[in-house]
Ligand binder design. Structure first.
Ligand code: 13P
Length: 248
Protein backbone atom coordinates (compact mmCIF):
# COMPACT_ATOMS: atom_id res chain seq x y z
CA UNK A 1 0.00 0.00 0.00
CA UNK A 2 1.44 3.39 -0.99
CA UNK A 3 1.40 6.10 1.67
CA UNK A 4 0.17 9.37 0.12
CA UNK A 5 2.53 12.34 -0.10
CA UNK A 6 1.28 15.91 -0.21
CA UNK A 7 4.07 18.35 -1.08
CA UNK A 8 3.66 22.12 -0.99
CA UNK A 9 5.86 23.96 -3.47
CA UNK A 10 5.97 27.56 -2.34
CA UNK A 11 8.04 28.57 -5.40
CA UNK A 12 9.39 32.13 -4.90
CA UNK A 13 6.66 32.97 -2.38
CA UNK A 14 6.15 32.94 1.35
CA UNK A 15 7.80 34.68 4.27
CA UNK A 16 9.29 33.95 7.67
CA UNK A 17 5.83 34.67 9.06
CA UNK A 18 4.20 32.06 6.81
CA UNK A 19 6.73 29.48 8.01
CA UNK A 20 5.68 30.23 11.60
CA UNK A 21 1.99 30.04 10.67
CA UNK A 22 2.46 26.58 9.17
CA UNK A 23 4.48 25.43 12.18
CA UNK A 24 1.69 26.48 14.56
CA UNK A 25 -1.14 25.02 12.46
CA UNK A 26 0.51 21.65 11.88
CA UNK A 27 1.46 21.22 15.54
CA UNK A 28 -2.26 20.63 16.11
CA UNK A 29 -2.84 18.20 13.26
CA UNK A 30 -2.57 14.44 13.38
CA UNK A 31 -1.33 13.11 10.05
CA UNK A 32 -0.41 9.49 10.62
CA UNK A 33 -1.54 8.15 7.28
CA UNK A 34 -0.04 10.79 4.96
CA UNK A 35 3.43 12.26 4.44
CA UNK A 36 3.43 16.05 4.10
CA UNK A 37 6.35 18.18 2.94
CA UNK A 38 6.79 21.91 2.50
CA UNK A 39 9.30 23.21 -0.05
CA UNK A 40 9.98 26.85 0.90
CA UNK A 41 12.57 29.07 -0.79
CA UNK A 42 16.16 28.38 0.39
CA UNK A 43 16.45 31.27 2.90
CA UNK A 44 13.54 29.88 4.94
CA UNK A 45 14.81 26.31 5.23
CA UNK A 46 16.49 26.69 8.57
CA UNK A 47 13.58 28.60 10.09
CA UNK A 48 11.25 25.94 8.72
CA UNK A 49 13.34 23.16 10.20
CA UNK A 50 12.90 24.76 13.61
CA UNK A 51 9.25 25.73 13.19
CA UNK A 52 8.32 22.25 11.91
CA UNK A 53 10.28 20.30 14.54
CA UNK A 54 7.20 19.56 16.64
CA UNK A 55 4.96 18.90 13.63
CA UNK A 56 4.62 16.05 11.12
CA UNK A 57 5.83 18.40 8.36
CA UNK A 58 8.90 17.29 6.45
CA UNK A 59 11.24 19.65 4.72
CA UNK A 60 11.72 19.92 0.98
CA UNK A 61 13.77 22.08 -1.38
CA UNK A 62 12.90 23.27 -4.88
CA UNK A 63 16.11 22.46 -6.76
CA UNK A 64 19.81 21.76 -6.26
CA UNK A 65 23.03 22.06 -8.20
CA UNK A 66 24.58 18.81 -9.48
CA UNK A 67 27.94 19.59 -7.81
CA UNK A 68 28.73 19.14 -4.11
CA UNK A 69 30.60 22.46 -3.91
CA UNK A 70 32.60 24.84 -6.06
CA UNK A 71 32.52 28.03 -8.10
CA UNK A 72 28.78 28.16 -8.91
CA UNK A 73 27.62 31.58 -7.75
CA UNK A 74 24.05 31.56 -6.48
CA UNK A 75 23.70 27.78 -6.40
CA UNK A 76 23.05 25.35 -3.54
CA UNK A 77 24.24 21.73 -3.31
CA UNK A 78 22.48 18.61 -2.12
CA UNK A 79 24.92 18.22 0.74
CA UNK A 80 24.03 21.68 1.99
CA UNK A 81 20.35 20.85 1.84
CA UNK A 82 20.88 17.59 3.70
CA UNK A 83 22.80 19.46 6.39
CA UNK A 84 19.71 21.59 6.96
CA UNK A 85 17.38 18.64 7.43
CA UNK A 86 15.93 18.60 3.93
CA UNK A 87 14.40 15.23 3.00
CA UNK A 88 12.79 15.83 -0.41
CA UNK A 89 13.94 17.89 -3.37
CA UNK A 90 12.04 18.82 -6.52
CA UNK A 91 13.97 18.15 -9.71
CA UNK A 92 12.98 19.18 -13.22
CA UNK A 93 10.01 21.37 -12.33
CA UNK A 94 8.58 22.75 -15.58
CA UNK A 95 9.41 26.30 -14.51
CA UNK A 96 13.06 25.29 -14.30
CA UNK A 97 12.92 23.36 -17.55
CA UNK A 98 11.31 26.31 -19.36
CA UNK A 99 12.68 29.45 -17.67
CA UNK A 100 16.15 28.14 -16.84
CA UNK A 101 16.46 25.75 -19.79
CA UNK A 102 17.18 22.63 -17.73
CA UNK A 103 17.57 19.74 -20.13
CA UNK A 104 16.71 16.09 -19.47
CA UNK A 105 20.44 15.48 -18.99
CA UNK A 106 20.73 18.27 -16.41
CA UNK A 107 17.64 16.95 -14.65
CA UNK A 108 19.25 13.52 -14.53
CA UNK A 109 22.48 14.99 -13.09
CA UNK A 110 20.48 16.70 -10.35
CA UNK A 111 18.67 13.48 -9.51
CA UNK A 112 22.02 11.69 -9.16
CA UNK A 113 23.37 14.50 -6.98
CA UNK A 114 20.26 14.43 -4.78
CA UNK A 115 20.49 10.65 -4.33
CA UNK A 116 24.19 10.97 -3.55
CA UNK A 117 23.39 13.44 -0.79
CA UNK A 118 20.77 11.11 0.69
CA UNK A 119 17.81 13.22 -0.49
CA UNK A 120 14.62 11.87 -2.03
CA UNK A 121 14.08 13.41 -5.46
CA UNK A 122 10.61 14.31 -6.68
CA UNK A 123 11.03 14.16 -10.45
CA UNK A 124 8.61 16.57 -12.12
CA UNK A 125 7.36 15.81 -15.61
CA UNK A 126 4.58 17.13 -17.81
CA UNK A 127 3.59 18.19 -21.30
CA UNK A 128 2.80 21.67 -22.64
CA UNK A 129 -0.56 22.55 -24.15
CA UNK A 130 0.90 22.40 -27.67
CA UNK A 131 2.23 18.92 -26.99
CA UNK A 132 -1.15 17.80 -25.64
CA UNK A 133 -2.99 19.27 -28.61
CA UNK A 134 -0.59 17.46 -30.93
CA UNK A 135 -1.38 14.17 -29.19
CA UNK A 136 2.15 13.91 -27.79
CA UNK A 137 1.43 14.02 -24.03
CA UNK A 138 2.35 10.44 -23.29
CA UNK A 139 5.44 10.48 -25.51
CA UNK A 140 6.76 13.61 -23.81
CA UNK A 141 6.06 12.46 -20.28
CA UNK A 142 7.45 8.96 -20.75
CA UNK A 143 10.56 10.42 -22.38
CA UNK A 144 11.10 12.65 -19.34
CA UNK A 145 10.46 9.77 -16.94
CA UNK A 146 12.52 7.28 -18.92
CA UNK A 147 15.50 9.57 -19.36
CA UNK A 148 16.04 9.42 -15.62
CA UNK A 149 14.46 6.21 -14.37
CA UNK A 150 15.97 3.91 -17.00
CA UNK A 151 19.46 4.97 -15.97
CA UNK A 152 19.08 4.44 -12.22
CA UNK A 153 20.01 1.39 -10.19
CA UNK A 154 17.06 -0.44 -8.57
CA UNK A 155 18.06 0.88 -5.13
CA UNK A 156 18.07 4.44 -6.47
CA UNK A 157 14.67 4.03 -8.13
CA UNK A 158 13.18 3.13 -4.76
CA UNK A 159 14.04 6.61 -3.48
CA UNK A 160 12.16 8.33 -6.29
CA UNK A 161 8.77 10.00 -6.44
CA UNK A 162 7.35 11.22 -9.75
CA UNK A 163 5.10 14.25 -10.02
CA UNK A 164 3.01 14.59 -13.17
CA UNK A 165 2.31 18.28 -13.68
CA UNK A 166 0.76 19.17 -17.04
CA UNK A 167 2.28 22.55 -17.84
CA UNK A 168 -1.08 23.92 -19.00
CA UNK A 169 -2.58 23.19 -15.58
CA UNK A 170 0.10 24.98 -13.51
CA UNK A 171 -1.10 28.23 -12.00
CA UNK A 172 -3.91 28.47 -14.54
CA UNK A 173 -6.86 27.28 -12.48
CA UNK A 174 -7.33 24.66 -15.20
CA UNK A 175 -6.92 21.23 -13.62
CA UNK A 176 -6.49 18.02 -15.56
CA UNK A 177 -9.66 15.98 -15.21
CA UNK A 178 -9.29 13.05 -12.82
CA UNK A 179 -9.54 10.77 -15.88
CA UNK A 180 -6.77 12.61 -17.77
CA UNK A 181 -4.53 12.53 -14.69
CA UNK A 182 -5.28 8.87 -13.97
CA UNK A 183 -4.58 7.91 -17.57
CA UNK A 184 -1.11 9.46 -17.45
CA UNK A 185 -0.33 7.98 -14.04
CA UNK A 186 -1.29 4.53 -15.31
CA UNK A 187 1.03 5.07 -18.30
CA UNK A 188 3.92 6.07 -16.01
CA UNK A 189 3.36 3.13 -13.70
CA UNK A 190 2.99 0.81 -16.68
CA UNK A 191 6.28 2.07 -18.11
CA UNK A 192 7.99 1.48 -14.79
CA UNK A 193 6.51 -2.00 -14.53
CA UNK A 194 8.51 -2.79 -17.68
CA UNK A 195 11.65 -2.61 -15.50
CA UNK A 196 10.41 -3.87 -12.21
CA UNK A 197 6.81 -4.65 -11.31
CA UNK A 198 7.41 -4.57 -7.55
CA UNK A 199 8.97 -1.14 -7.77
CA UNK A 200 6.20 0.11 -10.05
CA UNK A 201 3.63 -0.95 -7.46
CA UNK A 202 5.50 0.92 -4.72
CA UNK A 203 6.31 4.07 -6.74
CA UNK A 204 4.51 7.18 -5.52
CA UNK A 205 2.96 9.27 -8.28
CA UNK A 206 1.80 12.80 -7.47
CA UNK A 207 -0.50 15.03 -9.48
CA UNK A 208 0.24 18.76 -9.70
CA UNK A 209 -1.49 21.63 -11.46
CA UNK A 210 -4.16 23.84 -9.88
CA UNK A 211 -4.92 21.24 -7.22
CA UNK A 212 -6.89 22.79 -4.40
CA UNK A 213 -9.14 22.01 -1.45
CA UNK A 214 -12.12 21.71 -3.79
CA UNK A 215 -10.75 19.23 -6.31
CA UNK A 216 -8.17 17.27 -4.27
CA UNK A 217 -10.50 14.56 -3.08
CA UNK A 218 -11.62 13.57 -6.56
CA UNK A 219 -8.06 13.53 -7.91
CA UNK A 220 -6.69 11.61 -4.95
CA UNK A 221 -9.46 9.02 -5.30
CA UNK A 222 -7.93 7.86 -8.59
CA UNK A 223 -6.25 4.49 -8.38
CA UNK A 224 -2.77 5.61 -9.47
CA UNK A 225 -2.65 9.07 -7.88
CA UNK A 226 -0.75 8.84 -4.61
CA UNK A 227 -0.64 12.48 -3.63
CA UNK A 228 -0.25 16.00 -4.86
CA UNK A 229 2.33 18.66 -5.59
CA UNK A 230 0.57 21.87 -4.67
CA UNK A 231 1.60 25.39 -5.69
CA UNK A 232 -0.79 28.25 -5.01
CA UNK A 233 -2.98 26.39 -2.53
CA UNK A 234 0.07 25.45 -0.43
CA UNK A 235 0.46 29.11 0.56
CA UNK A 236 -2.90 29.12 2.34
CA UNK A 237 -2.72 27.14 5.52
CA UNK A 238 -6.44 26.30 5.64
CA UNK A 239 -6.56 25.10 2.05
CA UNK A 240 -3.37 23.12 2.43
CA UNK A 241 -4.48 21.38 5.62
CA UNK A 242 -7.78 20.52 3.94
CA UNK A 243 -5.88 18.90 1.05
CA UNK A 244 -3.72 16.94 3.50
CA UNK A 245 -6.80 15.74 5.31
CA UNK A 246 -8.46 14.58 2.12
CA UNK A 247 -5.35 12.46 1.44
CA UNK A 248 -5.28 10.89 4.90
P1 13P B 1 -0.31 25.40 -8.86
O1 13P B 1 -0.88 24.48 -7.82
O2 13P B 1 -0.23 26.82 -8.42
O3 13P B 1 -1.01 25.22 -10.18
O4 13P B 1 1.21 24.95 -9.09
C1 13P B 1 1.49 23.61 -9.30
C2 13P B 1 2.96 23.43 -9.25
O5 13P B 1 3.68 23.88 -10.13
C3 13P B 1 3.53 22.75 -8.10
O6 13P B 1 4.86 22.42 -8.31
Amino acid sequence: MRKPLIAGNWKMNGSAELVETFGRAFAEIDLMSVDVAIHPPFPYLDAARQAFAATPLKLGAQTLNPLDSGARTGEVSGQMLAEFGVEYVLVGHSERRQLYHESDEQVYERVIAALGAGLKPILCVGETLEERDAGLSEDVVLRQVGYVMARLEPGQRQQMTIAYEPVWAIGTGRTATPEQAQQMMAAIRGYQAGFDRELADALRLLYGGSMNAGNAQELLAQQDIDGGLIGGASLKVDDFTAICQSAG
